[in-house]
Design a protein around this ligand. Sequence first.
Ligand code: ZN
Length: 222
Amino acid sequence: MGSLSGKTIVLDPGHNEHNADHVREISRQVDVVTEHKECDTTGTATDSGYTEAAFNTDVAGRLADLLRARGATVVLTRGPDTPWGPCITERAAIGNRAHADAAISIHADGGPSDGRGFDVTQPGLVAGHTDAIIEPSRRLARCVRDAFAQGTDMPTSTYLGADGIDTRTDLGGLNLSLVPKVLIETGNMRNATDAARLTQDTWRQSAAVALSDGITCFAGAE
Ligand code: ZN
């Protein structure tokens, strides 16, 4: 496995555990080029009440440790002291300001209860905005999809994308990125089988290892 020495990786844990207490702030409309939408959202949760925001924080923390051990400089879009959000526009801006070699948004989905699996979303063409990141983001998406399929027991999504990859032009975090970026829905919190995995420490560690392998596949030196 290659080294990430000299590389900057931006990790974007979706939502924020405190968003529910800041409805007014996160409801502000922001411009994501193709539409206007809420600055941030609260995310989903399992039936047992494990929130997606807490899951995203946990996996991003594990992943940050793994990437730093491989020599990367890691920038997180939010930390324990971030009061809410940040807005999806700011999440993209953080990656841009860091001149990241790769950026990844970490989520777990609130999909149909009978739907399973993980899905990697890559940016679609938004002319004048995503042109330059389309091709490298596709390579990043394939690296992450392959590593996640190899390194975890989560199947590719039965209800999103195709073969674990989806393309979207409605996401501010991708539309406004100037650096290669993808978003992963690591599983479906509303499905009991997926939720049993997402709520396990050992599973989240395997997910973080798989994500570090995927990022290293894209950004690492041989
Ligand atoms: Zn989410």
